[in-house]
Write a protein that binds this ligand. Structure first.
Ligand code: ADP
Length: 449
């Protein structure tokens, strides 16, 4: 096993990875920006190295500084967490070429999945269902018009190199199509240095369901079932759960098999997620693969009993998966609420000093957070300050457990989205499990808070 791992991330996920290292008897190295000197991850790790000023581009995205920190501390492997450099194939390559171990998939599978047109081609060959649309890249406006005519509206124009909700345009009618197409192409070129675009049918009220996979370097790949992530605002997930409350056993089997086929098509190693959009009739389509650990991984850990970060590390160390597909069974239900330092209904960020922090506890409650009383939340990074996860034998009990856990949370000094979760958990539509990706935004509009 590795003797030392460097964690190229900050906050909650860095703390999560440091904890896994400690449990495996591995020394951990934290890197931190000048704004994060007092951040929990820098304190909890065995060693910590300052890698630059507050701005992410000069610190958490600064490959040279991170590689220097790894060399200085004699780390053997690098865990990228999520966000920042986690899906940067070039960084993964640099890590590998420096003789260190990248805790993640091969740069090649990252590249394939990072380019949407290439990814869709691969998935088509693997027999994974795709959203109907153009056959790969669309060259020019004539070709685009012909496709639009055939598939009808609404449709969505996407940049092949896009990500994080950027580089997409929904078009509702022919009148605005040509304009939208030229704009999307030009914007893609400017933002991503690649103006390749393609067209998909726009699904009107889909759910977001994703499948967790895990592969080792010996050719074994398993799925760890699905997560329901339809509770979103601005394409940002707010609350996730596993298993999905809205699919039956037959659909579950199909979508998990499709996720597995997708992972196998790129000889996937490590933890990854295949995202699908699902229609009301349970037909589903591949959307994209995230080649990293996800924020919402704890719900899967809870229903399967598998420690995903531990297995990312073990697999990177060349170990074989210690379980087979048939060993993995769903046990109970798990829900995660993302706690953000922001106004619960206006969503304006609320950095500042945490005057008092009290985390919920009790049976089957997990809190992943880097908060502590006196901590000063810097304004430079994502507003997520923690995650509360609950588990119970069924969904109803899990919701009630989450309600009491959210009520127990105390964060004074900054504003959090605690009240949003309190209201959402009490919402009848949520409780019945009847929602799609527009549910939260529509509901917020209705409340007009
Ligand atoms: P990104 O890589 O930027 O996250 P995705 O392709 O994953 O882009 O899409 C992000 C979001 O956009 C999805 O979660 C979904 O809400 C919406 N979306 C993408 N494609 C479609 C589609 N064909 N129909 C309806 N909504 C879509």
């Amino acid at each position: 096993m590795f003797h030392k791992i460097l964690i190229a991330n900050r906050g909650e996920i860095a703390v999560r990875i440091i904890r896994a290292c400690k449990e495996l008897g591995i020394r951990s190295v934290a890197v931190y920006s000048e704004a994060d000197r007092d951040c929990m991850h820098a304190r909890l790790a065995d060693e910590s190295v300052c890698i630059g000023p507050a701005s992410s581009s000069l610190s958490y995205l600064n490959i040279a500084a991170i590689m220097a920190a790894a060399e200085l501390t004699d780390a053997q492997a690098i865990h990228p967490g999520f966000g920042f450099l986690a899906e940067n194939a070039e960084f993964a390559e640099i890590v590998n070429e420096s003789g260190l171990v990248w805790i993640g998939p091969t740069p090649e599978s990252m590249r394939i999945m990072g380019d949407k047109v290439t990814a869709k081609k691969k998935m088509e060959i693997a027999g994974v269902p795709l959203v109907p649309g153009s056959d790969g890249a669309v060259k020019d406006i004539e070709e685009a018009r012909a496709i639009a005519k055939k598939s009808g509206f609404p449709l969505i124009i996407k940049a092949s190199a896009g990500g994080g909700g950027r580089g997409m345009k929904v078009v509702h009618s022919e009148a605005s199509f040509s304009n939208a197409f030229s704009m999307c192409k030009a914007e893609a070129g400017a933002a991503f240095g690649d103006d390749t675009v393609f067209i998909e049918k726009f699904l009107v009220e889909p759910r977001h369901i994703e499948v967790q996979v895990l592969g080792d370097t010996h050719g074994n790949i398993v799925h760890l079932y699905e997560r329901e992530c339809s509770m979103q605002r601005n394409n940002q997930k707010v609350l996730e759960e596993a298993p999905s409350p809205s699919i039956d056993a037959e659909t579950r089997e199909k979508i998990c098999a499709a996720g597995l086929a997708a992972a196998k098509a790129v000889d996937y190693v490590g933890a990854g997620t295949i995202e699908f959009l699902m229609n009301a009739d349970n037909s589903f389509y591949f959307m994209e693969m995230n080649t990293r650990i996800q924020v919402e991984h704890p719900v899967t850990e809870w229903i399967t009993g598998v420690d995903l970060i531990e297995w990312q590390i073990r697999v990177a160390n060349g170990e074989k998966l210690a379980f087979k597909q048939e060993d993995l069974k769903i046990k109970g239900h798990a829900i995660e609420c993302r706690i953000n330092a922001e106004h619960p209904f206006k969503f304006t960020p609320s950095p500042g000093t945490v005057e008092l922090y009290h985390a919920p506890g009790g049976r089957s409650v997990r809190v992943d957070s880097h908060l502590y009383t006196g901590y000063k939340i810097p304004p430079h990074y994502d507003s997520m300050i923690g995650k509360i996860i609950t588990h119970a034998r069924d969904r109803e009990k899990c919701i009630r457990r989450m309600q009491r856990a959210i009520d127990e949370l105390v964060v004074l000094g900054v504003t959090t989205n605690q009240e949003l979760h309190q209201r959402l958990l009490a919402n009848p539509g949520f409780q019945k499990g009847e929602f799609n990706i527009h549910f939260l935004e529509k509901w917020l509009k209705q409340m007009s808070l």
